[in-house]
Design a protein around this ligand. Structure first.
Ligand code: FAD
Length: 270
């Protein structure tokens, strides 16, 4: 029986390298100028899972998609070198100041333009924003099923069903769901591969489509800060007061009583 090729879309984001980010304590902002940009960590796991499926079913088509500045092309080249078949960059000045909901709207419009898909993989969260909202919002926009924090996944022989293990409130659950669907990946899902020289050389021959907001049929009024329901009121560095007190007592009961008194005094419990 000839298997129908799978179509997988992986949403990837270019983020500042966390090891290089500094905090401007005076203005309470993150300093990201001159910081290297890298492929978001969870997205490397999302891409790896798509490539593992492609290793198993070689007709699988993997497309990496990002919304970002023109420099995000470098990250897409990395995805192509790792094994993605093609890539899409949605870039436009009017996207500046877009929040997660607008990001999901733009990605959903681009994915509709790409055409059919069986599976969409995203990271759970992206360094910087760290909201973990884009994956679930995208599934909602596309009206498809979703599973978040996927630790393990397998495609059934019918090539239509996924069996995935997810983490949910300190429990593990095994869930079966039909494609098309969206899954969000975490680092426990797999061990991302490294780029090969052959992959790097081959990447330049693969296609990166560059689309504007107009190209994907989204109104300019639906993007940017005016269309974003999230308003950042204040950014600040939280103060952590790490006072440590050792309780010393003759017996465990006495120690417990002293501890109780201590936390009651601090209104942690009554
Ligand atoms: P998460 O929801 O944590 O990401 C989850 C996963 O979704 C990622 O692992 C990835 O797979 C996917 N994903 C997320 N973002 C993208 C993307 N862009 N392309 C493809 N896949 C993606 N950011 C800017 O870069 N420039 C701005 O001008 C800007 N202005 C903002 C203004 C406001 C008011 C707010 C609230 C945010 C702004 N941001 C801006 C941040 C931007 O909206 C978020 O970085 C972005 O929506 C992703 O959110 P997140 O980092 O929390 O991702």
């Amino acid at each position: 029986m000839k298997l129908v090729p799978l179509r997988i879309i992986v949403c990837v984001k270019q983020v500042p390298d966390v090891d290089e980010i500094r905090i401007d304590k005076e203005n309470e902002t993150l300093v990201t100028e001159n910081v290297h940009k890298v492929l978001n960590s969870d997205d490397t796991n999302a891409l790896e899972e798509a490539l593992k499926i492609k290793d198993m079913y070689e007709d699988t088509q993997v497309t990496a998609v990002t919304m970002g500045p023109p420099e995000a092309k470098d990250m897409l080249l990395e995805c192509l070198a790792l094994g993605a078949d093609d890539a899409v960059l949605i870039t436009d000045n009017i996207l500046e100041d877009s929040d997660t909901l607008v990001t999901a709207e733009v990605l959903s419009a681009a994915i509709r333009k790409i055409g059919g898909y069986d599976l969409i993989l995203t990271g759970r969260q992206a360094t910087g924003g760290d909201t973990a909202q884009v994956g679930p919002q995208l599934a909602e926009k596309l009206q498809i099923s979703q599973l978040t924090v996927v630790l393990n996944l397998k495609i059934e022989n019918d090539m239509k069903t996924i069996i995935a293990m997810i983490e949910s409130e300190s429990k593990y659950k095994t869930v079966k769901l039909q494609m098309p669907c969206l899954l969000t990946a975490v680092k426990e899902l797999n061990e991302p591969r490294s780029m090969s020289l052959r992959g790097i050389l081959g990447a330049k021959k693969k296609e990166i489509k560059v689309w504007s907001v107009k190209d994907i049929g989204v109104s300019p009024d639906a993007v940017g800060s005016k269309a974003s329901p999230t308003k950042v009121v204040r950014t600040f560095v939280p103060l952590h007061n790490k006072n440590c007190k050792f309780i010393r007592a003759e017996t465990e009961t006495e120690a417990a009583q002293m501890l109780l008194k201590e936390v009651q005094g601090k209104y942690i419990i009554r």
